[in-house]
Design a protein around this ligand. Structure first.
Ligand code: GTP
Ligand code: ZN
Length: 224
């Protein structure tokens, strides 16, 4: 298992988080603070939480009254520094983030959970290592496996304290990932509707998206 200083991923975080929620106990996140987050599309409320098991910060953006018991238009988004902040076209993350915030703004009500689970949980350093293997011909799943990681190491039980904090019990979830829908339902969060979020298919992410559909089970149509 590769491990370097600054490698924030990985089995260590995963094991710490798993230990923290052992025996079916509710996952614990500490709520720290909230403020306003003006974006080009709406002024969101931003809430920051810290995971005491991993010291990772996780964010919840809300818009409007989401604690009224009605289903909430929502996106559960895993961190992708390259896509979300650096405009990478290797994946669809940045475009999905923007589209989700725009959809919530249009609705005037909704929530976005920004989970610091970079690289499907393997961390930034290992994601770039995985990209290097992909440059040599591996697909996104094979690259993870060659590095000694499972295809997807993310966990979603940390969503529950964030949703509880906002009083959210049911979702209209924007995702193409069946694991996210199943994970929410396992947490006791009802998914009343699953909304596809297919944006920015391009020559650089064509293979990545095809592999997501064939190996990770994503609901993706050929064209977006
Ligand atoms: N290990 C690895 N992670 C990647 C790669 N490309 C993108 N990622 C990560 O994959 C994750 C994508 O997360 P989400 O945007 O929540 O997407 P998803 O779970 O595929 O499902 P959707 O809800 O349909 O978007 C992020 O953590 C990215 O950093 C890759 O090639 N290898
Ligand atoms: Zn990405």
């Amino acid at each position: 298992m590769p491990s370097t200083p600054g490698d924030d991923s990985d089995l260590t975080n995963h094991q710490r988080a798993a230990a923290a929620s052992e025996h079916g106990a509710a996952y614990r996140l500490d709520y720290i603070a909230a403020s306003k987050l003006p974006t080009p599309w709406a002024v969101f409320d931003i809430h920051v939480f810290v995971d005491p098991a991993t010291a990772k910060e996780h964010l919840l953006l809300t818009l409007g009254n989401v604690g009224d018991g009605l289903p909430v238009l929502a996106r559960v988004h895993s961190e992708c520094l390259t896509g979300d902040a650096l405009f990478s076209q290797r994946c669809d993350c940045g475009a999905q983030l923007e589209a989700a915030l725009q959809a919530i703004a249009k609705q005037g009500r909704g929530a976005l959970l920004y989970l610091r689970q970079e690289g499907r949980g393997i961390g930034l350093v290992n994601k770039i290592r995985a990209y290097q293997l992909q440059d040599q011909g591996a697909d996104t799943v094979e690259a993870n496996e060659r590095l000694g990681f499972p295809a997807d190491m993310r966990r979603y039980d940390l969503c529950r304290p964030m949703l509880d904090h906002a009083g959210i019990r049911s979702l209209r979830l924007m995702t193409n990932n069946p694991r996210k829908v199943a994970a929410m339902e396992k947490l006791g969060i009802q998914v009343v509707e699953r909304l596809p979020l297919q944006v920015n298919r391009n020559p650089y992410n064509e293979n990545y998206l095809t592999t997501k559909a064939s190996k990770l089970g994503h609901w993706l149509k050929d064209r977006s």
